[in-house]
Design a protein around this ligand. Structure first.
Ligand code: PLP
Length: 458
């Protein structure tokens, strides 16, 4: 029988079954009670983690007396892609072939559009068929890269603060993470300085390399710091990786948002390009983080294995939105879109960061991306403030974030979540704000943040 009809009998059974979900048996199934069978236990990779920052912040936002919260926390856009991109997505849905599976490596039209967009930046013609692969967002692309190259016990160097998804994505294939912290400028608590002043200790980086080091993850422009790694810094990282033949996974999802010269590590020289996978994201490029379209660019001897892993993880990525992204790339220059992106985000940065200047709170002036890190060293939290236990036990930035949500109704992200416990103190005075929000929201946030005045110590 091909069709499914809801007969009166079936309907009664369905209602009965649905209602019985609420019986104790169903509750037991979902609980962690000891009665739960061993076999139903989740794998270690998804269980036993402490509450993550996103649920702590969302929970705080829901519990806050200041409703609605001004959400400057998570990095999603508060506005739509431009009309020419939305129109491309809508028209793709009307086409039969756009509603079916795409080739696993990506739709030919998008691969060509990516090759056309990136070849001038690479200074040579990229081959759309062997040097680019389309993925389900940058995130799944990076998971595919780790799945493709990491064997259990292989080491991966990750700079702190890190984008949190790297960690589980590396651990899933059994990789071991070796952390190297980025250090804020020494005077970050008293002066507004460029985000470029956050630095890596290159001796520390060299010491992190062992015979087991297989990959290094770089992120530029950087989330959450807003740093764009300079050519000199990239040269030093590249020299280490070339010497030890370490694959560089360069997460460049904010590659169209830079306010200072931006160098792509793959373009330094041939030896570096040979070992580099560059990651991109249509979500970040086109204000559409929910579209889940990303890509990796790299030499065929690396890309083919990323494609192979991607095929096994999700087969192919969402078709109509790949088509829309192809059209977005094709038409971007005609709409002056890349310049508009930089112009608009710079204006938002200037508009929002004026509040820190007004309050005398120092911040890291972003060189790229859409996050700003403000230093709350001067903010004195009330002595006996009632933090819930899961916040009280975390570093000061979690308490700052909780306090801001409860008292002022502004959500921001505590960046110590993106450091290991041992290094969390490095950023415990900082909070990360996402400025990719409509101007009214930025103004609303500023007005609320003026409430900090009474908590500032000199
Ligand atoms: C540094 C960094 N890399 C990757 C991603 C994920 O990109 P996508 O949404 O395309 O998976 C993000 C998203 O916030 C990010 O900040």
């Amino acid at each position: 029988m091909n069709s499914f009809r809801l007969t009166p009998l079936l309907r009664r059974q369905l209602i009965h079954n649905t209602t019985s979900y609420k019986t104790p048996a169903r509750r037991l199934f979902h609980s962690t009670s000891p009665i739960m069978s061993e076999k139903l236990k989740p794998a270690a990779r998804v269980s036993g983690r402490r509450q993550d920052v996103w649920s702590i912040i969302n929970e705080a936002a829901a519990a806050s007396p200041r409703q609605p919260i001004v959400n400057m926390g998570q990095g999603f856009f508060g506005y739509n892609p431009p009309d020419f991109i939305l129109a491309a997505a809508k028209s793709a849905l009307d086409r039969v072939e756009c509603n079916q599976y795409s080739p696993t490596k990506g739709r030919p039209r998008l691969l060509k559009a990516l090759a056309d967009a990136y070849s001038p930046l690479w200074g040579r013609q990229l081959d759309p068929n062997s040097e680019i692969t389309v993925t389900t967002g940058a995130n799944e692309g990076m998971l595919s890269a780790f799945m493709a190259f990491i064997e259990p016990g292989d080491e991966v160097i990750v700079f702190e603060p890190f984008f949190d998804q790297y960690i589980s994505n590396i651990e899933m294939p059994g990789g071991k993470i070796v952390y190297v912290p980025m250090h804020p400028p020494a005077e970050g608590a008293i002066k507004t300085l460029s985000a470029g002043e956050w630095s890596i200790d290159f001796d520390e980086l060299a010491r992190a390399v062992t015979p087991k080091t297989k990959m290094l993850v770089l992120n530029t422009p950087h989330n959450p710091v807003g740093k764009v790694f300079s050519r000199q810094e990239l040269e030093k990282i590249a020299a280490i990786c070339v010497k030890h033949q370490i694959i560089i996974l360069s997460d460049e999802v904010y590659d169209r948002l830079f306010y200072t010269p931006f160098t792509r590590i793959a373009t330094l020289r041939k030896e570096v390009e040979r070992i580099t996978l560059t990651v991109g994201s249509a979500g970040k490029n086109f204000y559409a983080t929910g579209w889940r379209v990303g890509w990796l660019i790299g030499p065929p001897h690396l890309i083919q294995y990323v494609s192979a892993a991607h095929t096994r993880i999700c087969y192919s990525s969402v078709s109509p939105l790949q088509e829309a992204c192809a059209i977005a790339f094709e038409q971007a220059s005609a709409h002056n879109f890349w310049q508009v992106c930089i112009h608009d985000m710079t204006q938002k940065m200037t508009r929002f960061n004026a509040i820190w200047d007004e309050l005398g709170i120092p911040y890291s002036q972003p060189e790229g991306g859409y996050f700003v890190m403000a230093n709350f060293h001067k903010v004195q939290l009330p002595q006996d403030y009632p933090f819930p236990p899961h916040v009280a036990e975390r570093p000061r930035d979690f308490k700052l974030a909780w306090f801001l949500i409860q008292e002022l109704g502004v959500a921001a992200i505590p960046p110590s979540e993106f450091y290991t416990d041992a290094n969390a103190h490095i950023v415990e005075d900082y909070l990360r704000f996402a400025v990719c929000k409509p101007d009214e929201v930025l103004e609303d946030a500023k007005e609320r943040l003026r409430g900090l005045k009474k908590y500032l110590k000199e």
